[in-house]
Design a binder for this molecule. Sequence first.
Ligand SMILES: [Zn+2]
Length: 242
Amino acid sequence: MYWAQIYILPKNVLQEITKVCRAFLWSDLAYSSKPSNVAWHNTCSSKQTGGLGFRDVMLWNTASMGKYVWALTTKQDNVWVKWVTSVYLKNGEWWGYQPVKQARLQTTAKLAKIGISTSASCLICGQGDEIHDHLFFRCTYSNMCLVEMKKWMGLQCGNKLQYIFRDISHSRRSKFRKQVVFAAVVALVYLIWRCRNTSYWERTVPTVSSTISSMKQVVKSIIQAVLPKNVSRSDSQWFLAL
Ligand SMILES: [Zn+2]
């Protein structure tokens, strides 16, 4: 409950909390598959309107954020407000705030710029500055990995990370297949970043085929562990054949 007052929690976490509350109300247990006697949103309405006045955790979580907005817009005199106003809002108004999209990885090009690293070149291929667009996926090495990953997933999309995500979400795949493809992209990004780090620290870079087989292994084991029950037969057959 403490975290719900300072962060917007993931929807499934809030749904799980609601499930536990509901099970406890109707069967004295933390988990129960017994159907409820009254719809949960009715239980959450006030006693005057026939409910029990329980808190709707999702609404409560969102509403809890309101107090921060209030603190910012009324310019309350505290350190947190001063910090957010000067660092994020740059003394502007809350309502006009646009979050800055930051590229957070400490690439060598970035480290060279601030004088930490002596070279800005890509640690994997040595060609081109190691900036995000190079690593994902203009770099010869990462591009070869991407080509293999696309073949594996039967994917046709752009070569830039943001286009890849956009194209996957717009594609005509089932929700499950999209999740698998997303997992493959994320695993590949992670493994390429790892290659870049082993190149820096251990002076070795795995072969493309070894990176690809690690990616396949990671994706299969992760998806297998969280495999939803409602996956269609054709989707599960497709997954098992991967
Ligand atoms: Zn490179």
